[in-house]
Design a protein. Sequence first.
Length: 247
Amino acid sequence: MKTFSMTDVGRRREMNQDYIYASDTSVGNLPNLFIVADGMGGHNAGDFASRYTVEHVVEAVKASGLTEPVSLLAEALRQVNSSLIDLASRDPLLRGTGTTFVAATITQNRMSVANVGDSRLYIVNQRIVQITKDHSLVQEMVRMGEMDQEQARVHPDKNIITRAVGAVREIEIDFFEVNLKQGDRILLCSDGLTNMIEDQEIRRIICSQRDLVESVQRLVAAANANGGKDNISVIIVDPFSDEVVRC
């Protein structure tokens, strides 16, 4: 397994409210763990929410006695969601804070994914396939048939999310389990990437670089070249790095 990650403030924001974590070695009972969180809230509340959520999920994973990945991630995320809500209720500067959250862990050729909000996970190979489903206002409208994906991409309310860590006590988490094959690369990212670059261009960039480092750097550079309107976070994982397979 090989991985490379980067987070960048972008061209329009003064503060980076994204926070990432990438470990290709064991974290507690998980064999590896990759997380992207995109914070929201005024002042520095979004920065706090994303960092707090990621760091405390990692701590909870390390402390857990559970071994099944979905159950373990669910337990950790629910604990951290409750503690973030409690903190925000006591501190006026943290009111309205929250964060998206997407995480993945890979065991042999099986990947488990947890998702809240609109940060995404893709599998990139001969195609690019979004595994997660955005919890956002416009994507709910797409699912109801009220607009198509192209309209959603440019809709003025596309950044309004319908789920976030720290928003409500009873958090709703989506889980996905996917079988991986040789040549698959895993991309976790915040919407600072996907709002700036279309999916097929993301795939082209990933598949045309010499290695993961260049792929990540080129994705961040392209998002900034297209406007860099938000913070940009990217993690790419190659689960089968010993196999010489190009997408």
